[in-house]
Design a protein around this ligand. Sequence first.
Ligand SMILES: Nc1ncnc2c1ncn2[C@@H]1O[C@H](COP(=O)(O)OP(=O)(O)O)[C@@H](O)[C@H]1O
Ligand SMILES: [Mg+2]
Length: 303
Amino acid sequence: MTSTATPSFPRRRESSDFEDMDTRLRGNDGAHSHVRGYDEQEAPSCLLRVSGLSHRFSTARDGRFAVQNASFSVAAGEVVAIVGESGSGKSTLLQCLAGRIQPSEGAVRYRDAQGEWLHVGTLSERQRRQLARTEWGYVEQHPADGLRMGVSAGANIGERLMGQGLRHYGQLRHTALDWMQRVELDVARVDDLPRAFSGGMRQRLQIARNLVTRPRLVLMDEPTSGLDVSVQAKLLDLIRLLVARMHLSALVVTHDLGVARLLAHRTLVMQGGRIVEQGLTDRVLDDPQHPYTQLLVSSVVAP
Ligand SMILES: Nc1ncnc2c1ncn2[C@@H]1O[C@H](COP(=O)(O)OP(=O)(O)O)[C@@H](O)[C@H]1O
Ligand SMILES: [Mg+2]
C-alpha cells in the first residue's frame, strides 16, 4: 500500500485532545500569553515535560545561551513542531531532550512505558542508550549520521531489534523486508549498502531503522530538508501516516512552516534560543501573536 492511496486517512488527527491545553495558554481576556511553565499545560497523558531548560555551550564566545528557559510538555500521540530560523536553538533543544547534551539548567522528564517519571539528565549512559534504542527514536537531519553506512539496509533495520535481544535470522530478515515495504523501499535492495541509496531513500531507511522497535517518542531534526521538493512531499506524507498509525509522540524540528502545518498538532516558535510562542499549529500559523511569528508567517510566499 502506498501512503498516498488512503484518502480516508485524516490529514492530521483532530486536535480536540489538545485544545484544552491551548485554552489554558490563553489569558482571561482570550489573548494568548505566549509561554507558560509546563505545569499549566500538562495533559493527563503527558509523556515528556521540559521545565526551565537552558543550555550554553562552553565554547560560546559571546557567552550566549543556545537555548534559554524552554518549558513545554508533550502528550502521548501528540506531534509538536519546533520552528524558527537557523541558529535559533532547535537542534540543541532536541539534543538536550534526548540526553545527548546535558543542559546547563532545567530538567527534562520522560514517563517511560512502565509509567515511571525519569529525569533524563540523571540517567546513566547505559540507561540512556537503552531508552534510545527502545522507547525513543532520533531521526537525524543527515541520514548518514543516523545510519551505519558500512552495513546493508536490512542490517540497519535489524540492528535495533538485535539490541533488544532478537537473534533469529529469519525473523530479523522478515521484519527488515516488512519495514522496507512500509517505507516504500524496494525489497530487492535489502542487501545493498545505504551509500548506494539516494538521499530520500536513505531517509526512508533511517525512519524504518527508528520505527522498527515501535518507539513511544520520536525526535526528528529537519527530516525532509535537503531533499528535492517532490521527494520531500512524499516523505512527509509517509511520516504523517506512520506517526498517526503508530500513535507516536513526535517532536519535529523544521524551518519550514509547511512541514509544521502538515504534521504537527502543536507548534513551538523559537527565536534566539527562546520559545517566543506556542499553541495549536493552526492557531499559531493563522493567528500569530508574537511579532517574530508574524514575521515568519508573513514571509512565506502563498502557494
Ligand atoms: N556544538 C556546538 N558548540 C558551540 N556552539 C554551538 C554548537 N552547536 C550549536 N551551537 C550554537 O548554538 C546556537 C543554536 O544552534 P542550533 O541549535 O544548531 O540551532 P538550529 O538548529 O535552530 O539551527 C547557534 O548560535 C550555534 O552556533
Ligand atoms: Mg539545526
